[in-house]
Design a protein. Structure first.
Length: 313
């Protein structure tokens, strides 16, 4: 496996390896400080980022490399240079490329035309590096035995919802997503793919519209912003109204298991998708989750550059 372009490309064994290495990087951040010595890693983003940029640049530095940050309009892509030419040029200067943008197809194309590993740092449809941080955090709380546990996401059927279903499916988890019906339901291709993966892994996928049913007995209650980067502002009012029953409040948390945790990839909008009492309350693990953005990106870079990920069949 050369790149990490999509969550579904990871095998269960890859995830196990990445999470184990990331757990070690949490304890020993400079364990592999020569892994990228005398090398550069490009970080190219056409959308804003707080965590992913900080985590990526820090991870590169901890591996002894130099990050080169490229903002969307810094490159000649904006003036018509092709993705394929750009990919070849970046491959000549950097040892890996971390990319955040809108279309998944652009990230796929960068991967296809680069000779270096390309890592998806969020697209409109996926967010694989986030899911690794999430699952490392889940493991720290509940351990590796997830049998009988339920992992629920409520809110917008966006990139995070798709990635949540896919990653849970690969790991053989019981994953649940509850969204409004229709326009903001999860992507049907992502649901079909996750169901297919879950059928093989022993996982279980449930797509619901009732947030209380989804939260019932859950070990994890996860949510994300209601307006994602690139969402149409003209739909804001309609979207917020449709999503308001999915807000994570103390009442919704009360439906979950007694040892449950609250998760959020951040950035958060208190008073919209989550109440302050929940996100700033005792069940919230958001700061540990954000911390693991660095440890997991460090593990991805470490293993991809060494060619140690196998990929899903
Ligand atoms: N969770 C996440 O990807 O955060 P940023 O958008 O700040 O990178
Ligand atoms: N769904 C959000 C995630 C941000 C990390 C977005 O795409 O903007």
């Amino acid at each position: 496996m050369k790149d990490l372009l999509r969550t579904e490309h990871l095998s269960r064994a890859d995830i196990e390896l990445l999470l184990d290495t990331a757990a070690d990087f949490a304890k020993n951040p400079f364990r592999s400080r020569d892994a990228l010595a005398n090398q550069s890693v490009a970080v190219y983003m056409t959308k804003p980022s707080t965590r992913t940029r900080l985590a990526s640049e820090t991870a590169i530095a901890h591996l002894g490399g130099t990050p080169i940050f490229l903002r969307g309009d810094d490159l000649q892509i904006g003036r018509g240079e092709t993705i394929s030419d750009t990919a070849k040029i970046i491959s000549g200067f950097a040892s890996a490329l971390i990319v955040r943008t809108f279309a998944q197809s652009d990230v796929d194309e960068l991967g296809a035309h680069s000779t270096i590993p390309v890592i998806n740092a969020l697209t409109d449809t996926d967010h694989p590096t986030q899911l690794l941080a999430d699952w490392l955090t889940i493991r720290e709380v509940f351990g590796k035995d997830i049998a009988g546990r339920k992992f629920t996401y409520v809110g917008d059927g966006n990139n995070m919802a798709s990635a949540w279903l896919t990653m849970g499916a690969i790991l053989g988890a019981h994953v649940v997503v509850a969204t409004p019906p229709g326009k903001w339901a999860p992507n049907s291709d992502a649901v079909a793919r996750a169901t297919q993966i879950a059928n093989k892994s022993g996982g279980k996928i449930e797509v619901l519209t009732d947030p209380a049913a989804a939260a019932q007995g859950a070990s994890v209650l996860y949510t994300d912003v209601w307006m994602s980067m690139g969402d149409a502002e003209s739909e804001r009012k309609e979207k917020i109204a449709a999503l308001s029953p999915y807000a994570v409040t103390n009442d919704l948390m009360a439906q979950t298991a007694s040892d449950s945790i609250f998760m959020h990839c951040l950035p958060a909008h208190r008073g919209e998708e989550v109440a302050s009492e929940v996100i700033d309350g005792p069940k919230s693990v958001i700061w540990r989750e954000a911390f693991h953005r660095r440890t997991t990106i460090q593990a991805i870079l470490y293993h991809l550059v060494r060619g140690e990920l196998v990929g899903a069949l």
